[in-house]
Design a binder for this molecule. Structure first.
Ligand code: BG6
Length: 488
């Protein structure tokens, strides 16, 4: 569907996310003609910038994407800036005046996207002001796009939600989880539901376990202050990891409409086996990186703005069980961590062994199980691991791989993820955003883990930087008779 004309009002316009992801994404949409029906952007933040400074800033963030100077200049001419104090009505009145002018000037039909890309403690205040200072009261749509984190536990998320719902309907709230914008995460549904080869096998009769890994090589960098209050559990598991789990586990939706998909995801979340304070440590393992073995990388506790005795986890591995007919007995293992040896996100679906084994691999090893690997990043594609006869040897097989690579994209696909999500929000497609019910259910799953860990100090550091994580993460699978498939 076509992208309607719209004004984007961006809170946090001088910030890092805007520079790294949002401006480049808007530029790509613009270049592809998706903003042709009209657009303008008002950036706001505390700094006393003006239009010119702002436009230069936007220009710098997209300059590498093109050599077409005229096009860039035309693009940035749509950007306007207002210094803003989020808790002062006067700021919103100025904002409204400019918004109304631009609405007229660019014929935007009163369509507005309010994009909150800033510290979450202000989300509620801003939403209130938008309504009470009359910014949402236009003829067109008024949508709130909101970055994570959405609360830091269930009660705070509920509070925030109640607050923003005073000004926006659920259907107008677009909660970003940028993993849902990734091409291969979106592909999970197509792989499952467009292939006769997979869907009939997608259950506990044929699948032995599923492993989802998102490993990073970076440490916390300059984000120590934020990360100390978050940790890997809230930073990655509550949102990105559990979203991927729900897409893998859900029942087939009635259609690909956002409501139909969402209700299946919600049902998947509801069938996750809840943990208790007593069982958390049977299912979940935490880690914190220490200095690397060669001494080149600092330990987490030595990083900027980190407590030298920090109890914050930089690594989480866990086992999620679904108590439903499809998945009873099949573990979904997840793991994510900072300072691992490789930047990689992938899903390995491990199939059960065939009932009777007639063949060997070469050198008398047992057959390898069939695997379906979904590569999310940096490579995008799928690989199917099969066994085939070894030439000239009747009883022996070789593992073979059938690979499909999603063409062309060898860079990290995050900018494209944002590009797609912004485009979706403009078009009013909320399929790849997290609905309130999903947020609430994933917090209630995660809160128990957080509470258990808060009450008990961990023996940190327990993995050296640039390794695959603590030993306990391997034991988590070993006790079930499995092992992690390698990262690469
Ligand atoms: C963000 C987390 O949500 O996701 C970061 O806050 C993390 O800590 C990032 O680095 C990972 O995203 P990606 O797209 O690089 O895998």
């Amino acid at each position: 569907s076509e992208t309607p004309a719209a004004l984007t009002i961006l809170f946090g316009a001088t910030g890092d996310l805007a520079k790294r992801k949002l401006y480049p994404s808007l530029y790509r949409l613009y270049r592809k003609g998706h903003l042709a029906s009209g657009f303008a952007v008002i950036g706001t933040a505390r700094r006393e910038w003006d239009n010119d400074i702002f436009r230069e800033h936007v220009k710098k963030s997209v300059i590498e994407l093109t050599t077409d100077q005229d096009q860039i200049d035309e693009f940035i001419s749509h950007f306007y800036y207002l210094p803003h104090d989020v808790s002062d009505s006067n700021s919103y009145i100025e904002l409204r005046t400019l918004a109304n002018e631009l609405d007229h000037q660019y014929s935007l039909g009163g369509n507005r996207l309010f994009y909150l890309a800033m510290a979450p403690e202000f989300f509620g205040t801003i939403a209130d002001h938008l309504k009470y200072d009359n910014l949402t009261d236009t003829e067109g749509f008024g949508r709130l796009v909101i970055e994570k984190p959405f609360g830091h536990d269930l009660p705070s998320a509920q509070e925030l939600n109640a607050q923003i719902r005073r000004s926006f309907d659920e259907k107008d709230i677009y909660r970003i989880d940028h993993y849902l914008g990734k091409e291969m995460v979106q592909n999970i549904e197509s792989i499952r539901f467009a292939n006769a080869l997979f869907e009939p096998l997608w259950n506990n009769r044929y699948i032995s376990n599923i492993q989802i890994t998102s490993s990073e090589t970076l440490g916390v960098e300059e984000r120590g202050g934020y990360y100390e209050t978050s940790g890997a559990l809230k930073d990655m598991v509550q949102n990105h990891m559990l979203q991927m789990v729900s897409l893998l586990a859900m029942e087939p939706p009635i259609s690909l409409q956002d409501d139909d998909i969402r209700s299946e995801k919600v049902r998947a979340f509801r069938s996750m086996r809840p943990l208790t304070l007593e069982t958390v440590n049977e299912y979940f393992v935490r880690g914190q990186y220490g200095p690397s073995e060669n001494g080149n990388m600092l330990g987490y506790r030595e990083e900027l703005n980190v407590n030298p005795e920090s109890n914050t986890e930089t690594y989480v591995a866990g086992k999620v069980m679904f108590d439903n007919f499809r998945w009873a007995g099949v573990p979904f293992y997840i793991r994510t961590g900072k300072r691992m040896p490789l930047k990689s996100t992938k899903i390995v679906v491990q199939f059960k062994n065939i009932p009777m084994n007639l063949y060997y691999r070469s050198n008398e090893q047992e057959l390898e199980p069939n695997l379906l690997v979904i590569h999310i990043q940096p490579e995008e594609g799928i690989t199917l691991h099969l066994n085939a006869k070894r030439a000239g040897h009747q009883l022996q097989t070789n593992p073979v791989k059938l690979s499909y690579a999603n063409s062309g994209t060898d860079i990290m696909n995050t900018p494209e993820a944002y590009e797609k999500l912004i485009h979706d929000a403009m078009r009013g497609d909320s399929t790849n955003f997290t609905h309130w019910d999903e947020v609430a259910l994933s917090w209630s799953f995660v809160d128990v883990i957080a509470e258990a860990w808060r009450n008990e100090k961990a023996p940190y550091p327990n993995y050296p930087a640039s390794t695959t994580g603590p030993k306990a993460a391997d034991e988590l699978l070993e006790q079930d008779g499995f092992f992690w498939w390698p990262l690469d």
